[in-house]
Design a binder for this molecule. Structure first.
Ligand code: CO
Length: 425
């Protein structure tokens, strides 16, 4: 892999381009902006929004997006699952920027539908191998010291449908089971200390209050490290579909561990071997053996723009390539972008807040000459782990798996600006 810092494609760097634009008297203005037009009615005539009063306050007591943004929504894929109560939808990554996912766009994954729980009726019990079994109300939990953390959450099955070949035309579907939110909650450690974990208490069974009573074993070491019992996301109460009123946050680890509608934490001396950690959420290798307890989400990245749902519509010239990079395995050290299918790589620019255990936003600003591109991005973490190519992943894990696909994604940008999901060998 070559890490070059040469001029962007097209042979003209941003400064040269600005100069050229200025030299031409603004005719080739920056970013493709047009010279001031004398007969553009949007400029020369008073528009309705300028002529009449707009809506007053309280038109929307809880604010909603502009009516011009109806396409920015979560989407499901009907044929993927038998019913909506045990299903998934996907975050529209191609429509977002920065690192924070708006609450209403965080992907959903339910196994028994969205539980409807009034906070006053919710209880969290800690029992099992503890000195004092305890039951917490939401009001009790509000009296413990709180922390705020920005974490990514990725479903273990994110990109799972792409394992055997390119399938979905859009990063919303190939990579949209990830979101990144600021959570407010109580460190799990404080609650466990309150109950007093016995010396042989090495595992936790987290259980949800939903109709599926989702369960998952968590090693005590992780529970005492960085887990939160959280009640806010991006400053407001959890959304019902994200576990209202209480959810477990298990940073860096696969999303199914992040128990929603959290009602019980049982302390035991070994893992429980429940359904979601045996027949599901284990990774079947070519040998017929399965990897299990594969919790950490490995380094991964995806170009969100351009992408199949976000083609290039502005023609040649300045092009902002943008994407997301994250790792549950340590700090992201760098993210590379290739426009030629992985032959050459450039270091992308990471911009904005870059929190440990969060999504990071990257950009590569190029001059597009209108020729086809094979866009890829590749993450590198502090331990020297690269995102594998699809073939590297298959060579190691076979083709049975759906979980933990962190391989490099390729987008084929065509001359007309449309984009397709492809593989390069
Ligand atoms: Co796993």
């Amino acid at each position: 892999m070559s890490d070059t810092t040469e001029k962007p494609a097209g042979g003209m760097n941003r400064r040269d381009f600005l100069k050229a634009g200025l030299a031409a008297g603004g005719a080739a203005a920056f970013g493709g902006a047009a010279a001031a037009a004398e007969n553009d009615p949007l400029i020369t005539e008073v528009q309705d929004w300028n002529r009449y009063l707009g809506a007053g306050v309280q038109a929307a007591p809880y604010g909603v997006p502009s009516e011009h943004e109806p396409h920015v929504v979560r989407c499901d894929v009907e044929w993927l699952t038998a019913s909506t109560e045990s299903s998934v939808n996907f975050t529209p990554l191609h429509e977002l920027d920065g690192i924070i996912t708006p609450n209403g766009l965080c992907f959903e994954r339910h196994h028994g539908g969205v539980a409807d729980i009034a906070p006053a009726d919710h209880r969290l019990m800690i029992n099992g191998l503890v000195d004092t079994p305890l039951v917490f109300t939401m009001q009790n939990l509000m009296r413990f010291p709180r922390e705020n953390r920005v974490y990514f959450l990725e479903c273990a099955a994110n990109s799972g449908m792409e394992w055997r070949g390119s399938q979905f035309n859009g990063c919303q579907y190939t990579h949209g089971m990830v979101h990144c939110v600021m959570y407010t909650g109580v460190p799990l450690k404080l609650l466990l200390e309150e109950a007093g974990v016995k010396a042989n208490g090495k595992w936790l069974l987290a259980e949800g209050a939903d109709a599926a009573a989702m369960t998952h074993s968590i090693p005590m070491e992780k529970a005492l490290d960085d887990c939160l019992v959280a009640f806010k996301m991006n400053g407001e109460a959890l959304r019902p579909e994200q576990g209202y009123p209480l959810r477990l946050w298990v940073p860096d680890w696969e999303g199914n561990m992040w128990g929603k509608w959290l009602r019980q934490l049982e302390v035991g001396d070994e893992p429980w071997q429940q359904r979601e950690e045996t027949s599901k959420y284990t990774d079947l290798l070519a040998s017929g053996k399965a990897r299990r307890f594969t919790w950490v989400m490995d380094p991964k990245s995806i170009i969100t723009n351009p992408s199949p749902q976000m083609p290039i519509t502005h023609g040649k010239g300045p092009l902002v390539i943008s994407g997301l990079v994250w790792s549950g395995n340590g700090q992201i050290k760098r993210v590379y972008v290739s426009i030629d299918g992985g032959r050459n790589w450039k270091t992308a620019r990471i911009d904005g807040p870059s929190f440990f255990k969060a999504l990071h936003r990257f950009y590569l600003d190029i001059e597009w000459d209108g020729s086809p591109l094979l866009l890829q991005s590749r993450a590198l973490d502090e331990h020297g782990f690269y995102q594998p190519t699809k073939n590297e992943l298959r060579a190691e894990r076979g083709e049975n798996s759906i979980y933990h696909n962190n391989s490099v994604q390729t987008w084929h940008v065509k001359e007309d600006g449309t984009v397709e999901n492809v593989e390069v060998s």
